[in-house]
Write a protein that binds this ligand. Structure first.
Ligand SMILES: [Ca+2]
Length: 228
């Protein structure tokens, strides 16, 4: 009887040691719990309003950064040392048959940008009618350059430009760009090109005003290039 008791006791002790070992092995092999990070667990319901606030704050930040990017781009273009603004302009037509420096005349495209909001503005050129179709602007610049870019600042009904041409000093036209104008809101259509072999001081912009319903207005056009 006593012998059986001792055997039983031994069995229990051995089993217990074996179990402890197994448990210890399992612990050492189990993947370590990931260290707590700020991004891991889903927020508890009590945190929901804070999470919503964070989303709003993120959206506000994104919007502010986009606005800042826009402002920086406008400033860089305005102050580009290789950029020139038009000094003379003629157009296929103008709103109210505007002549000279009247509101909406072709002359409103000369000089640096002076439209602050995406909207109908008297300081931009507008054609005679809203959606007639093909209209153009012909612009002259102070200094002939080997062109690397044309930047068209669209200020209302953006997206209607279909072609940009450059003229060399003998008057030969070269198509710098033709296509689907992606511009939206108050912004530039940026036409970048390999530096032209010829020098140019004249840019012609063609619009199809029927592709963007409503008035299509252009504030200013910059020719970018170098002397050499
Ligand atoms: Ca203007």
């Amino acid at each position: 009887m006593r012998y059986r008791f001792v055997c039983c006791l031994l069995s229990v002790v051995l089993l217990s040691v074996a179990c402890n070992k197994k448990s210890s092995d399992a612990q050492s092999q189990a993947p370590q719990p990931a260290p707590a990070t700020t991004s891991s667990p889903a927020p508890a319901p009590a945190n929901a309003p804070a999470a919503a606030d964070a989303t709003v704050a993120t959206a506000e930040t994104t919007s502010k950064l986009a606005a800042a990017d826009w402002a920086i781009k406008q400033d860089e273009i305005k102050n580009d040392p290789n950029g020139q603004w038009a000094i003379e302009a003629t157009a296929s037509s103008a709103y109210n048959d505007a002549k000279g420096t009247a509101s909406y005349s072709a002359n409103q495209v000369t000089g640096a940008p002076n439209v602050d909001k995406y909207s109908d503005a008297t300081t931009a050129w507008a054609p005679k009618t809203e959606d007639a179709g093909i209209e153009w602007l012909d612009l002259k610049y102070p200094r002939p350059v080997h062109a690397t870019a044309v930047r068209i600042r669209e200020s209302d009904g953006s997206g209607a430009v279909i072609k940009v041409e450059l003229f060399d000093e003998q008057g030969t036209a070269y198509t710098a760009w033709a296509g689907n104008d992606p511009t939206t809101d108050l912004n530039y259509l940026m036409v970048n090109l390999p530096k032209t072999a010829y020098k140019t001081a004249r840019v012609k912009i063609t619009l199809a005003t029927n592709v963007i319903p409503g008035w299509n207005e252009i504030d200013a056009v910059q020719l970018v290039g170098t002397d050499q």
